[in-house]
Write a protein that binds this ligand. Sequence first.
Ligand SMILES: NC(=O)c1ccc[n+]([C@@H]2O[C@H](COP(=O)([O-])OP(=O)(O)OC[C@H]3O[C@@H](n4cnc5c(N)ncnc54)[C@H](OP(=O)(O)O)[C@@H]3O)[C@@H](O)[C@H]2O)c1
Length: 377
Amino acid sequence: MSDTMDTSEMGAPTMRETNDAPEIGEISDAPAMGETMEAPQTDDAMNGRMKAISQDELGGPEVLKLVTLPTPEPGVSEILIRVHAAGVNPIDGAIRETGAFVGQPPFVLGWDVSGTVEAVGPGVTLYKPGDEVFGLLPFPQGHGAYAQYAVGPTRAFVPKPDRLDHVQAAAIPTVGLTAWQALVDTAGVGEGSRVLITGAAGGIGHLAVQIAKARGAHVTGLASADDLDFVRSLGADEAIDYNGTDFTEVVRDPDVVLDVVGGDYPARALDVLRRGGVLVSTQPPTLAPLGEVATERGIRLAGIIAEADQVGMFALADLAATGQLVPTIAATFPLEEAAGASATTDLAASDGRFPLEEGGPAESGKHGPGKVVLTIV
Ligand SMILES: NC(=O)c1ccc[n+]([C@@H]2O[C@H](COP(=O)([O-])OP(=O)(O)OC[C@H]3O[C@@H](n4cnc5c(N)ncnc54)[C@H](OP(=O)(O)O)[C@@H]3O)[C@@H](O)[C@H]2O)c1
């Protein structure tokens, strides 16, 4: 895909003689967090090359560097997308630090894409250049959204509803599909289901609340005190301050718990779920110690990892097109400030938060409700 593989195998055009952009994989001077870097040159001047954020070592946000790479080419059943916005997720930072799933650097992070189809590969009939699409590059091997261009399977994408701009659309795929696949595909949430959602103001949670409500469920969301009104504004029937109230004392017999927090939340969820209920976790390892208790209590455990999924994307797009799914943008950062964006999503579930303006100072592990998104020109 669009990472820094041996470019001689990619058949990409060579740079013009007069182009003094860095050589393939060469790392340019990246700005410090919160600083803006002047765009090096226009697309045309890049002549088959693109700006991307890559890393050649594992580590903190500072390892993310602005580089130029050959623009990837779409293969059979693939489309090349001019990326306008890319979602930033907590897992991106974990992979940045550990290389989990993707191996050793160099690599380009990012899975959430919203953009315009630039070219289609052999056999593609669903899209044509100029179409506006959004979707999830297959996790984990399809990474490469932190770039001006990305290649992905045609059926990972759906048309972007006019109602969403590209930043909003890029905020949806990972967290929206996680919520959809957890609540609908896995737990069968529908009319009258009683659902408890932890981390209800976060990336997954704020879309999960809206999806569950659109399905006709009764929704209780856990959030910190500052976000209770936000969670109610999403449609939650009840919003509980997880710092001030032990949810196990006030929540009774939900059919489904969607846990995005981990720690002791899954074990506590077993104390409130009804027999026959479902506990879905976005952190599958947290369920491992709970199998015996869950079996005794007749509760199904489901650890989920979201998949690229055109059916799910169509469902999310339909909800967005009718105004039933509206992503909240916690902050946007230009591509050149990916390090700052990444810092805000690292351990974003840690204490405290503060409002961020575009290009504003980044503080590790803190962002407001909703999603952090990179904007790319
Ligand atoms: N398996 C998958 O496919 C998949 C997909 C996406 C994400 N994930 C994982 O799911 C988790 C959540 O992702 P996200 O994108 O929603 O993250 P996020 O945007 O950072 O949201 C996390 C939410 O959890 C809340 N939270 C933190 N500590 C809490 C606590 N002790 N009690 C209750 N709520 C707490 C936070 O609230 P405060 O702001 O008040 O702290 C925040 O709203 C991450 O671990 C991520 O890696 C998994």
